[in-house]
Design a protein around this ligand. Structure first.
Ligand SMILES: NC(=O)c1ccc[n+]([C@@H]2O[C@H](COP(=O)([O-])OP(=O)(O)OC[C@H]3O[C@@H](n4cnc5c(N)ncnc54)[C@H](OP(=O)(O)O)[C@@H]3O)[C@@H](O)[C@H]2O)c1
Length: 331
């Protein structure tokens, strides 16, 4: 009974909040596609400038093990985006049966290749290969994905040298917030998910931006109540439409990292993509939200290219672009 009253109250709060928000202002769509396009244009100009002043073309080495369809698609998209900004890309493809030593050897060759400034190992790797061992073999100054211990440690520690690269999806979330002038300093940010790839590094970046950060995971209790406190919500749990409109504070900003395929007989493919947030409900309550697709996804690829350009700059002694937040700009 009590739970039912709680649900009714939450629902009532949701509809009142929705009515108020609709009356006051329309939701702003944080357009990752358009923002990523603008970033690619900026990077294209930087690549041309580095070529002119230093005679160097930024190079991305992509290592793919196996032939997973999703991985092939991601690699193709990354290569196309690299081409667009003038980054040279070189692919190394190994069969799914490749041994860990074969993969380590391929990474070592890319580490030693002077034409390559950033290395990307497409994840996931086949289960017989120790991913962390492979990622650790990538030289930190060629770490296009920002996953090496050294770069992660530099991100998390206060003071000291800055990371040479930061994880692309988290950097994309914060870059989008900053480009839309969403305030972070002093604000409450709630991150749903604590993975090494998204949740944990995005929480670290938000802290660098002086947000007060709460990180939730599968054992967290009262997640809706925690989310209700948030000025900024970053959802990265991998559960379709998990965050409901009734959980959100009116006027909050939502960054939806989730990409989930759900059955949809009306679509030619038989499915459609949805985020971790119930978009229709949320967009009646919040002031700004990312769409899925077209939000964080394109930003992730733009940040990968940005890492490669930055690593190239560092390799020729040029100053790197500042990272999101207050990280000191020293290497
Ligand atoms: N747009 C992009 O470019 C991009 C990039 C990467 C990922 N993604 C998408 O983002 C989503 C998350 O990816 P990921 O790699 O971080 O996934 P992941 O490694 O599976 O991590 C999911 C996280 O969510 C937490 N979690 C699970 N249930 C929860 C709950 N009920 N409440 C709060 N937290 C909960 C898990 O907690 P525990 O740690 O306790 O298990 C875990 O930390 C996926 O949909 C993925 O496809 C998108």
């Amino acid at each position: 009974m009590l739970a039912r009253v709680g649900t009714m109250r939450a629902r009532a709060r949701f509809y009142v909040a929705a009515a108020l928000t609709t009356a006051i202002n329309a939701v702003q769509i944080l357009d990752g596609r358009a923002t990523a396009k603008a970033i690619r244009a900026e990077l294209g100009a930087e690549v041309a400038s580095i070529q002119k002043t230093h005679g160097v073309t930024p190079g991305l080495g992509v290592l793919l093990v196996g032939d997973r369809r999703d991985s092939l698609t991601y690699v193709r998209m990354k290569r196309k985006a690299a081409d667009e900004v003038g980054i040279f890309s070189s692919d190394v493809t190994l069969p799914a049966s490749a041994s860990e030593d074969d993969v380590l050897e391929a990474v070592s060759k890319l580490n030693a290749d002077p034409q390559i400034h950033g290395i990307l190992v497409q994840l996931p790797l086949p289960s017989h290969i120790d991913e962390s061992r492979i990622l650790e073999t990538i030289s930190p100054n060629k770490d296009a994905d920002g996953f090496c211990y050294e770069n992660v440690a530099r991100l998390v520690l206060r003071g000291g040298p800055r990371p040479l690269a930061t994880a692309c999806t988290p950097a994309g979330c914060v870059e989008l917030l900053q480009r839309y002038d969403i305030p972070l300093a002093g604000k409450r940010a709630v991150v749903l998910g604590r993975s090494n790839v998204v949740g944990a590094p995005v929480a670290a970046l938000l802290q660098q931006c002086d947000a007060t950060v709460t990180l939730c995971h599968s054992a967290s209790e009262n997640v809706p109540d925690i989310v209700r406190e948030a000025d900024v919500v970053i959802a990265a749990v991998g559960k379709p439409e998990y965050v409901r409109g009734s959980w959100l504070k009116p006027g909050a900003t939502v960054i939806d990292v989730g990409i989930n395929a759900v059955d949809d007989a009306t679509k030619k493919a038989g499915y459609r993509l949805v985020g971790d947030v119930h978009f229709d409900e949320a967009s009646q309550v919040v002031s700004a939200i990312t769409p899925v697709p077209g939000g964080v996804g394109p930003m992730t690829i733009a940040m990968l290219l940005s890492n490669v350009v930055n690593l190239t700059k560092a390799s020729v002694g040029l100053p790197m672009a500042p990272l999101p937040g207050r990280l000191a700009d020293k290497v």
